[in-house]
Ligand binder design. Structure first.
Ligand code: G3I
Length: 445
C-alpha cells in the first residue's frame, strides 16, 4: 500500500515539476533584412542579407515576378547559410527579385523585404541584333561613308537615311537637271553594306530649291512638275529604297493648320494626297510615310495630323506609316505622352517609324560638360524610347532611326548654338551610357 502511495506521490511530484517548470519558448526569429546584391553579371548575382540571431539557416526565394507567383528553378525556399549566396544560371538583361526567411529547428521567420535587380546585357550584342523585328537606323552623308563611320554603321545598324542629300534641293537643284551623285553614293553604300535604305524626304518646305519656290509656270504646270519629280525619283530607286518620307512637316506647330508652303499655295491641301498617289504609282511596294516632329508633345498638332491621316485613309490614299521625328530631351516628353501618341498610329494600323531620334542632354544649356548624372538620365531616356518601340506590335514596327552617329556631328549644335551630347557615341566614337541604355531597352522585350 505504502508503495502505491509513494508511486502516486512521485508521479504527482513529476507532474508539478513539469507543469511548474516554465517551458522555454522557442526563440522567435525576426525576418532577415535583404541587402542589395553584388557581383551582378549577365547570368548571376550574389544575394546578400544581414544575419538574424538564433537563425540556424535561411530559406531563399528567387523569382522573375515581383509577386513571387513563380520561382527560378531551384530557388524556392532554397536552404542557405551565412549571409550571402551566389544565384546562377539566370537570363541576361532580365529583372529578378529575391527575399528570404530565417529558420531554426523550431521556428521560421516571416519573409524579408524584396530586393530587385536586372542582370547585365550580353556583351558584344550589336544594336541591330538586339532589335526584334525592326531596323535600327542612322543617318549618313556621302562624305562620311568610310573608316569608323562605315565600321559602326555596318556593325551596329541595319538601316540608313540620307541626312540631307536625298532632298529636292540637292537632287533637283535646277529645273530639268537632276544631280544623282550623292544620292546614288548613299543608296549604293546601303546596298553594298546590306543596309535598308529609307528615303528622306520627297517633299519638304525646308529643302525646296529656289527655282521651285519661285516657280514661274502655272499651277497646273507646277503640279505636273512635282508629279514628274516624285515619279522620277521613286522610279530611279525602286527596289533599292524600301520606304520614303513622301511629305515632311506639312502641319504647323501650335495651330495645327496646314503649313503655307509653296506646295500648299500652288496645289491646295490635296497636294499631300497627290504626292502619296504619285509615289505609289511609281513603286507599288515602297512603304510610304508622313513624317513630322513634336507629335508627342504638341496636342493640337498631333490632333491635326491624325485628322489629316484619317482623311487620307478614308479616301484610300496609300499612306502606310507615320514618322515620329522625336527630337526630344532627356526629361521631355513623358513616357506616357509618347506611348499615347504612338498608340494612335497602332489604332490606325500604321507603321511607326521613330525617324530622327536624338535626346538632348543639355536643353537648358546648364552644363559645360556632360556630367555623370545627366549622362545617366539620358541613358534612361534612350532606354525608355527603345522599350516603347520594342513593345510595339510587330505589324506596326518598321525602324528606330537615330539622327546622328556621334555627338559632335549633330545638327543640334548649329540649331541651338550649344552642345547637347544628344547621341549614342561621343566625339571619339566611344559608346556612351546612352548606348548601353538604348541596348538594354532593345533587349527588354
Ligand atoms: O556638307 C555641306 C558642305 O560641304 C557645304 O560647304 C555647306 C555649305 O553649303 O553645306 C553642307 O551641307 C549642309 C548639311 O546640312 C551638312 O551639314 C547643308 O547645307 C544643310 O542644308 C544641311 O542641313 C540639314 C537640314 O536637315 C536641311 O536639309 C541637316 O544636316 C539635317 O540634320 C536636317 O535634318 C532635318 C530633317 O531632314 C527633317 N527633320 C528636321 C531635321 C533637323 O532640321
Amino acid at each position: 500500500m505504502k508503495l502505491i502511495i509513494k508511486s502516486i506521490a512521485f508521479i504527482a511530484l513529476l507532474h508539478i515539476v513539469s507543469c511548474g517548470k516554465k517551458e522555454e519558448p522557442a526563440p522567435s526569429l525576426s525576418a532577415p533584412l535583404a541587402l542589395n546584391p553584388s557581383g551582378i553579371t549577365q547570368n548571376s548575382f550574389l544575394a546578400k542579407w544581414v544575419r538574424v540571431s538564433n537563425a540556424e539557416s535561411y530559406l531563399l526565394d528567387v523569382s522573375a515576378n515581383r509577386d513571387f507567383s513563380s520561382f527560378v528553378d531551384g530557388y524556392q525556399s532554397l536552404a542557405v547559410n551565412g549571409v550571402d549566396h551566389e544565384v546562377m544560371d539566370l537570363e541576361a538583361n532580365t529583372a529578378y527579385h529575391y527575399r528570404l526567411r530565417a529558420k531554426s529547428s523550431s521556428a521560421e521567420s516571416s519573409n524579408s523585404n524584396v530586393v530587385s535587380l536586372t542582370t547585365l546585357i550580353p556583351e558584344g550584342i550589336p544594336l541591330k541584333d538586339a532589335a526584334k523585328n525592326f531596323y535600327i537606323g542612322n543617318i549618313v552623308q556621302s562624305n562620311r561613308l568610310t573608316g569608323k563611320h562605315q565600321e559602326i554603321l555596318g556593325s551596329e545598324f541595319s538601316s540608313i537615311s540620307a541626312e540631307y542629300e536625298m532632298k529636292m534641293n540637292i537632287m533637283y537643284p535646277n529645273e530639268g537637271a537632276y544631280n544623282w551623285t550623292a544620292a546614288d553614293a548613299i543608296v549604293n553604300f546601303a546596298h553594298d553594306n546590306g543596309l535598308n535604305m529609307h528615303g528622306h524626304a520627297l517633299i519638304w518646305h525646308n529643302a525646296t530649291p529656289d527655282w521651285v519656290e519661285n516657280y514661274a509656270g502655272t499651277d497646273a504646270e507646277f503640279e505636273a512638275m512635282i508629279e514628274d519629280y516624285i515619279k522620277t525619283v521613286v522610279d530611279r530607286y525602286k527596289d533599292k529604297v524600301s520606304s520614303w518620307d513622301v511629305v515632311n512637316e506639312a502641319i504647323l506647330d501650335g495651330s495645327g493648320d496646314y503649313r503655307n508652303s509653296v506646295f500648299y499655295q500652288r496645289m491646295g491641301k490635296d497636294y499631300i494626297t497627290k504626292c502619296f498617289q504619285w509615289a505609289r504609282e511609281a513603286d507599288p511596294d515602297v512603304v510610304l510615310f508622313y513624317n513630322d516632329y513634336s507629335i508627342c508633345s504638341d496636342a493640337t498638332k498631333q490632333s491635326a495630323i491624325f485628322t489629316m491621316i484619317d482623311e487620307l485613309q478614308n479616301n484610300s490614299v496609300p499612306i502606310d506609316g507615320l514618322g515620329y521625328q522625336l527630337h526630344i530631351s532627356y526629361n521631355y516628353p513623358s513616357r506616357d505622352d509618347i506611348v499615347s501618341a504612338v498608340n494612335k498610329s497602332v489604332d490606325r494600323n500604321l507603321k511607326v517609324h521613330f525617324s530622327e531620334l536624338d535626346i538632348r542632354a543639355n536643353p537648358n544649356n546648364d552644363l559645360s560638360s556632360l556630367t555623370q548624372s545627366r549622362s545617366l538620365a539620358q541613358k534612361d531616356k534612350f532606354k525608355e524610347l527603345a522599350e516603347i518601340y520594342s513593345a510595339l506590335p510587330d505589324d506596326n514596327k518598321y525602324a528606330l532611326t537615330l539622327w546622328g552617329l556621334k555627338d559632335d556631328e549633330s545638327w543640334l549644335l548649329d540649331f541651338h548654338g550649344h552642345i547637347d551630347w544628344p547621341l549614342l557615341y561621343d566625339a571619339s566614337f566611344n559608346e556612351k551610357d546612352a548606348y548601353y541604355g538604348f541596348l538594354e531597352g532593345l533587349m527588354k522585350n
